[in-house]
Design a protein around this ligand. Structure first.
Ligand code: SAH
Length: 380
């Protein structure tokens, strides 16, 4: 425990100085007490960097067509069992406006499979209309596109972009994402960065073939890129994919620990308590003994470094078809007002509030190396 505490201190003072071995050690606390210490440290760092309130993002999953064939994902091109849908531009804007009437979200996230089926002008129009109608920020999560597409959508008003590199292990990436390459994906992230998007990335935790060293390297990549958003979600096997019979390798505890270490390494990042974490939390009994009053594992993540919640506001009829992993559709309520009410309740049970406003990156301006973090307050 003494050695672990010393390592935590080192991480707080000088995350740049951490080696792969240090990060591997941070990811494996020697005891429950050390685990709790890690989570608490990450929580304090989060309070310092992004404040006590929680950012609530509304996500519209507008198309489940995908030209990629990732072995883990239920939207993969090769999955013939999923009913494909593509919302019209009008319907996407309508969904955002409807959500906005229920709650003035500061950010609308537009996510889809990598769907080549929209005209660029239509996507530009969607971004413009949502921004006009809501005055909120728009985050896109539509996969790998050309420089020209990213640029046009930014000019249309898109503020942020989410593109998880999923794993930084070249061999693993090649096996799991055969229709693209790690270089291509990281290249897209660089492009987005260069254009001035607030850029988010991250990983899937517990992929078959992923080991501790691989996760440590992933987190170091997030540190070095200094992403404005870092998302860590557990891998949930989808029965209609080649990885359908793989057993679940991550649990709530390992996910929280990875989120907490990511917070140490990228203190200013916005980090979601992912829906996938909520899903595995439904069957994971252990975390409930840690936090008997909490209903949802996502709440515990908000005490371990995460500071963002995503609320699904996709029209109910499409929810079941956006099945990147099983259990997702039922994780969020069908009725927007109910889920907002429940989310507010959960957040207030943690003695936290929902942030008003867009919830931009605390780094101003966002961009590599432009941050001037004050590492003080709770730690000195
Ligand atoms: N087409 C977009 C959005 C992908 S879906 C893109 O390429 O970025 C959003 C995220 O779902 C993915 O980035 C991936 O991290 C996650 N995901 C997909 N399948 C999953 C699974 N089986 N378990 C957990 N997360 C999964």
């Amino acid at each position: 425990m003494i050695a672990y505490t010393a390592l935590l201190d080192k991480a707080i003072v000088n995350p740049e100085g951490l080696s792969t071995n240090d990060v591997m050690a941070l990811l494996t606390p020697p005891s429950l007490a050390a685990t709790r210490r890690l989570w608490q440290t990450a929580h304090l760092l989060r309070l310092d960097a992004t404040g006590k309130c929680i950012h609530l993002r509304a996500i519209i999953e507008f198309s489940n067509y995908c030209r990629q064939d990732c072995l883990y994902c239920g939207l993969r091109q090769g999955n013939r069992r999923v009913a494909r849908y593509r919302m019209t531009p009008d319907a996407i804007v309508e969904a955002a406006i409807k959500a906005h009437k229920a709650h003035q979200f500061g950010t609308y996230v537009l996510q889809s499979g990598e769907d080549p089926g929209y005209d660029l002008e239509d996507l530009e129009w969607v971004v413009q209309e949502i921004k006009l109608a809501t005055n909120a920020a728009v985050t896109l999560s539509i996969g790998e596109r050309s420089y020209g597409v990213y640029q046009a959508l930014q000019e249309a008003g898109a503020d942020r972009f989410l593109l998880k590199f999923e794993t930084s292990d070249g061999n693993l990436f090649r096996k799991l994402k055969p229709t693209t390459t790690l270089e291509q994906r990281l290249g897209c992230l660089d492009t987005l960065r260069g254009l001035g998007y607030q850029t988010g990335s991250g990983i899937i935790l517990g992929l078959p073939g992923q080991d501790l060293e691989s996760v440590a390297s992933d987190l170091l990549l997030c540190r070095d890129a200094d992403y404005e958003m870092v998302s860590i979600g557990p891998f949930i096997p989808h029965p209609d994919t080649p990885l359908g019979s793989v057993s679940l390798a991550s649990n709530v505890c390992s996910t929280l620990t990875t989120i907490a270490v990511a917070r140490l390494l990228v203190p200013n990042a916005h980090m979601p308590a992912t829906t996938a974490l909520g899903v595995i939390g439904q069957n994971d009994k252990w975390w409930k003994s840690e936090a008997p009053k909490l209903q949802d594992a996502r709440s515990l993540a908000l005490m371990a470094g995460a500071n963002v919640l995503m609320l699904d506001v996709t029209p109910a009829k499409y929810r079941a078809s956006y099945s990147i992993y099983p259990g997702k559709a039922s994780a969020d309520g069908d009725v927007i007002c109910d889920s907002i009410w429940q989310t507010k309740q959960d957040v207030s049970n943690l003695s936290m509030t929902i942030c008003p406003g867009r919830g931009d990156s605390p780094k101003q301006p966002w961009g590599r190396g432009s941050t001037d973090v004050k590492r003080e307050g709770h730690f000195h």
